[in-house]
Design a protein around this ligand. Structure first.
Ligand code: SF4
Length: 728
């Protein structure tokens, strides 16, 4: 045999006897002069027992759990057994927790790191074959096993597992190389067993390279903790392994993996039929090729939505608005870090530049379990449980636990932790599962629904003159300002805001969601409309028909409607007349700077009556409005028919420059700052989010007045103040 390391993987269904076969084959190879390393890849970690006098080894994974990387030593897990055979056990988690496949990957990385193979000519990997996850497929990756043996009896499930292994090989090799070395038939003495295995072997085109008889020799070996070669007698059984070792040492013939389709397998094994291997007629493509063909580019008429963020991120960003809750991200540190940035960055900007911070965004009650390698392999529920128990000692309004990709993949059972809930503090599991649960918006939806289902009381006492505010924008400079505006206006009418679902409210406020007779939708985004429909259906919530009002006219109508609903119309009218007096006073102060100015505007299709009203109140004139109708909806820029004469639908910029040259406006407004050619004018952008209330239009008029003043006086000394106010 030329001196080249040979790596062999023995796969077989659990309990089929592959550890016994592996150990006896290792012994036969060692007896023939090979230096053998046997690696047990079954979480049961008993592969090398026969080589170690019946003793067991510390597993690689147990060792890695307790020893820091810089102190790792190969000899802590590598022992020399019978025939100087090197023995290693990968180990794995307890059944039902963690990810054994990930454990195998970790163990292989350890062996690579420590050059464990360097002193051996033959490696034998003893692998569980009825597990189909990627971790158990590691030994059949190209950089490991040169040849794969299938250990099977004549039972259908054992042959089913053998067929699955062939599928795994084919998936890795794409039918381009030959690594199947044959079948090791470990007989159980079942009736018709040999015929079943032979039919299977013929159908998949593999030889039966060894027939291991049913024999009491193996029980004797088990009792003694020795391979057959170390026992007296049993020559027939020993010969099986000696011959196989000779075959291996003299050069194996390797075959293409040609698995059967499930129906063909049943036909061959159970009904005695013959079948051509399905995969031979139709080769299984490489995983990458598969991804390409099964994931075609979207047809032009089916635009695919981009995937923004992950459900974990969306759920965590939402849950922190429950201000007295503690949110625990069951995630690696990196996931929590990105989410933390997402939550706190807008808050920091607000804090420093505008004084309109959202408290939850500045210092969210947010922690992570810092899932690492150990939890990914052995399961992370215990670590999470300990963290939840510590959190409960602090008596927060709720403890919300959210799963990430890793905890979702290893199947950590978050729901079981809800049993830790105390009378004061519910534990709420949000199984977002990272990107497995969908994108950012899916996470928001899941979190809102879960929090409502777990907290909202259906028997909450009714509180008159109370509204809830539903669906505030999470990341916007206006959100907190709008809330303050609404609170002030409603407060003057004797109406209070009960719950903000979900923007900085307490668990108790959410419990009492149904106390409010009326709900106000913050915006009419598609997601908010869906949330509204859900609350109406699930809880019978009643909603005001519109959303929060922008501009003088809309705010007046809105308050009158609330006045009618709550029986406080007089308070509404008194408030409106006070606000109107203030509004008129400011309009008059701005008029000298703005009156007669002609405005040309390009905009997307959104209702801008608040802006048109305010400009007209100041004596300004819109000479042309070009609408980029991205949403392909009916043009909806104004409620007033007389304005429609100046509105045109446009598709690009050329027409805008032409209109500017023709109409010579004083101001050009657009949704972005690009300045078109065509004349002398002041350019400004339309705000992406508009403040609600009577003063929406005043905020832009003040700014235009300043722009016009500076233009007239040629002075820009107020730039710094503006910058801080509007752009910083
Ligand atoms: S996609 Fe998964 S890994 Fe990435 S941040 Fe989300 S939870 Fe973490």
């Amino acid at each position: 045999m030329e001196h080249r390391r040979l790596e062999l993987a023995l796969y077989g269904k659990g309990g089929i006897g592959k550890s016994t076969v592996s150990a006896n084959l290792s012994a036969a190879l060692a007896a023939a002069g090979s230096r053998v390393l046997q690696v047990g890849c079954d979480p049961k970690h008993d592969s090398t027992r026969l080589l170690l006098g019946g003793g067991s080894l510390p597993t690689v994974l147990d060792y890695l759990r307790t020893v820091p990387r810089e102190q790792e030593r190969l000899d802590a897990v590598l022992r020399t057994g019978w025939g100087k055979i090197g023995c290693v056990e990968a180990g794995g988690p307890k059944p039902g927790v963690g990810c054994a496949g990930r454990g195998i990957i970790t163990a292989f990385e350890f062996l690579e790191r420590h050059r464990a193979k360097a002193n051996y000519d033959v490696l034998i990997y003893d692998v569980l074959g009825d597990v189909v996850c990627g971790g158990f497929a590691v030994p059949i990756r190209r950089e490991y096993a040169d040849a794969v043996f299938l250990v099977t009896s004549g039972e259908f499930m054992a042959l089913y597992a053998a067929n699955n292994i062939l599928r795994g090989i084919r998936n890795f090799d794409g039918g381009e190389c030959r690594r199947a070395a044959g079948i090791i038939f470990n007989a159980r003495n079942l009736s018709g067993e040999a015929e079943r295995v032979e039919r299977f072997a013929r159908a998949v085109g593999l030889p039966i390279v060894a027939r291991v008889p049913r024999s009491e020799a193996f029980a004797r070996g088990e009792e003694a903790g020795k391979p057959l070669l170390a026992l007296e007698g049993y020559d027939r059984e020993k010969a099986v392994f000696t011959r196989l070792a000779e075959t291996i040492r003299s050069g194996l013939t390797l075959y293409e993996a040609r698995p059967l389709e499930d129906e063909a397998l049943e036909e061959v094994v159970l009904r005695g039929g013959t079948a051509a291997p399905a995969a031979a007629a139709e080769p299984t493509p490489e995983p990458q090729q598969k991804a390409k063909t099964s994931d075609p580019a979207p047809a032009p008429d089916e635009p695919r939505m981009p995937l923004y963020g992950c459900a974990f991120n969306g759920a965590a960003t939402t849950a922190v608005h429950l201000t007295d809750a503690l949110v625990i991200a069951h995630s690696p540190r990196s996931c929590a870090f990105y989410t933390w940035q997402n939550i706190s960055s807008p808050g920091r900007r607000n804090l420093f530049n505008r004084g309109i911070l959202m408290p939850s965004a500045i210092s969210p009650g947010f922690e992570t379990t810092e899932i690492g390698h150990a939890e990914a392999v052995f399961g992370g529920v215990e670590k999470l449980r300990a963290q939840v128990e510590r959190a409960l000692e602090r008596k927060p309004g709720a403890v919300v636990v959210i799963s990430s990709c890793v905890s979702g993949i290893i199947g950590d059972d978050l729901l079981s932790l809800e049993r830790l809930s105390t009378p004061e503090t519910p534990v709420i599991a949000v199984p977002a599962d990272g990107v497995l649960g969908g994108d950012y918006m899916e996470g928001i939806r899941l979190c809102l629904h879960t929090l409502a289902e777990k907290l909202v009381r259906r028997d909450a006492p009714l509180r008159p003159r109370t509204v809830n505010l539903i669906g505030e924008v999470g990341v916007s400079n206006n959100t907190q300002v709008d809330y303050q505006t609404l609170r002030r206006l409603l407060g003057e009418m004797g109406i209070s805001i009960g719950c903000r679902f979900l923007g900085d409210c307490t668990a108790q406020e959410l419990r009492d969601l149904l106390s409010a007779p009326l709900n106000l939708l913050a915006t009419d985004s598609q997601d908010n409309l869906e949330l509204k429909a859900w609350l109406e259906t699930e809880y019978g919530c009643r909603f005001h028909p519109g959303c929060l009002p922008i501009g003088f006219r809309a705010t007046r109508n809105f308050l009158l409607e609330l006045g009618d609903f709550f029986g406080c119309r007089e308070e509404a009218e008194a408030l409106i007349s006070r606000e109107e007096a203030d509004y008129r006073r400011e309009i008059e102060s701005l008029r000298p700077l703005l009156q007669g100015k002609r405005i040309l505007m390009t905009t997307i299709n959104a209702n801008l009556d608040w802006l048109l009203d305010a400009a007209e109140d100041c004596g300004m004139e819109f000479v042309w409005i070009g609408v980029l109708n991205y949403l392909h909806r009916e043009l909806r820029i104004t409620d007033r028919q007389e304005r429609n004469a100046v509105i045109r639908e446009i598709t690009g910029g050329d027409i805008v420059e032409q209109r500017i040259r023709e109409l010579k406006p004083d101001m050009v407004l657009g949704n972005y700052t690009a300045r078109a050619e065509g004349g002398e004018y002041i350019a400004d952008t339309l705000p992406m989010t508009q403040p609600i209330g009577f003063g929406s239009g005043l905020t832009v008029l003040r700014r235009w007045a300043q722009l016009n003043k500076n233009e007239r006086e040629g002075e820009w000394e107020h730039d710094r103040v503006w910058f801080e106010q509007y752009f910083a």
